[in-house]
Design a protein around this ligand. Structure first.
Ligand SMILES: [Mg+2]
Length: 306
């Protein structure tokens, strides 16, 4: 597996960088790129005013600023050409992402009842974090695998029961404990409630994540696939994020996405753990986009091998 398609390696570095950046900026999650952009624009203005330097000098300035911000240190004069190219690519990618619409749902949310009830008092002011289940938090199968954590016998109807064997993604419980106080958490699966309810009841016996659960019937169907239309939740999209292994799930609100690789049985996977600092930063930011635009720009660059 190459560096570019090894998401575990990628997330490890990315999460720590984001945590460093956002922490250094006092929780203002977008300040890294904003500052770099501002630096670039001000540098450009200076260059134009003096007719000195021109574009290459401007680019170098931005790259140095981004490189410095990326490694969490202050001013530095030591930036390699690789860092220069990487920083320029990052800035451009963030700009592209910020130029995209927040919401491309074909539905008018105002014409639909909200999927969620009004927030509980303890959730007022918190952002809403949507969690997928299958291949994000767990992997379930009808065939008994060598290792599993939970066995469910589920009644599909009065005549039919099925055995389901569930394996928990590593760090599931640490992840739940970390995010529970930070967000209004919603379990949102494209699977059936008769499977998800007993599953989540078993995983979250003490309802650490609360009671908000949405199922297949709450999805929008697009070309036989299930889309989780975040505009229908009844929450401000500026304050909503979704963690889902399936990109089609967040097709209508891609800037609200926190992608995660599909998990099946890798005991060394640590993506849930690595997301915690990103989520902590997002919880503190003004909007989810302040963190996620940067995060997804870095993710895309890594996937492109840049
Ligand atoms: Mg899934």
């Amino acid at each position: 597996m190459s560096h570019s398609d090894n998401p575990t390696t990628f997330f490890r570095g990315l999460s720590s960088r984001l945590a460093t950046n956002t922490g250094a900026q006092g929780g203002e999650g977008n300040s890294l790129i904003t500052q770099v952009d501002q630096d670039r624009h001000s540098s450009s203005r200076r260059a134009n005013n003096t007719n000195a330097g021109g574009g290459s000098g401007t680019g170098h300035h931005a790259a140095a600023a981004a490189a410095n911000a990326n490694n969490g240190r202050g001013a530095s004069t030591n930036s390699s050409s690789a860092n220069t190219a990487q920083a320029s690519s990052l800035i451009e990618r963030v700009r592209q992402i910020r130029g995209r619409p927040k919401n491309t749902s074909p539905l008018d949310a105002a014409a639909h009842p909200s999927l969620l009830p009004p927030p509980l008092p303890r959730h007022v002011g918190k952002k809403c974090l949507i969690l997928d289940v299958d291949e994000t938090l767990v992997h379930s199968s009808y065939v008994q695998p060598a290792r599993y954590d939970l066995h469910l016998n589920i009644a599909l109807d009065e005549m039919t029961n099925v055995n389901v064997f569930v394996a928990y993604r590593p760090y599931l419980f640490e992840f739940m404990e970390a995010i529970a106080p930070l967000f209004e958490v919603v379990i949102f699966t494209a699977s059936l409630g008769k499977y998800c309810m007993p599953l989540m009841d078993a995983i979250d016996k003490n309802r650490v994540l609360g009671d908000l659960r949405l199922f297949r019937e709450h999805c929008s169907v697009l070309s036989s696939t299930f889309v989780k239309d975040l505009s229908l939740l009844g929450r401000n999209l500026d304050h909503v994020a979704i963690i889902d292994n399936s990109p089609v799930a967040y097709l209508f609100q891609q800037r609200n996405a926190i992608p995660i690789t599909s998990w099946f049985d890798d005991p060394h996977d640590d993506e849930l753990k690595q997301l915690i600092p990103v989520l902590r930063a997002m919880a503190e930011a003004d909007t989810v986009y302040d963190v996620l635009d940067n995060y997804n720009a870095l993710l895309q660059l890594q996937q492109d091998g840049l």
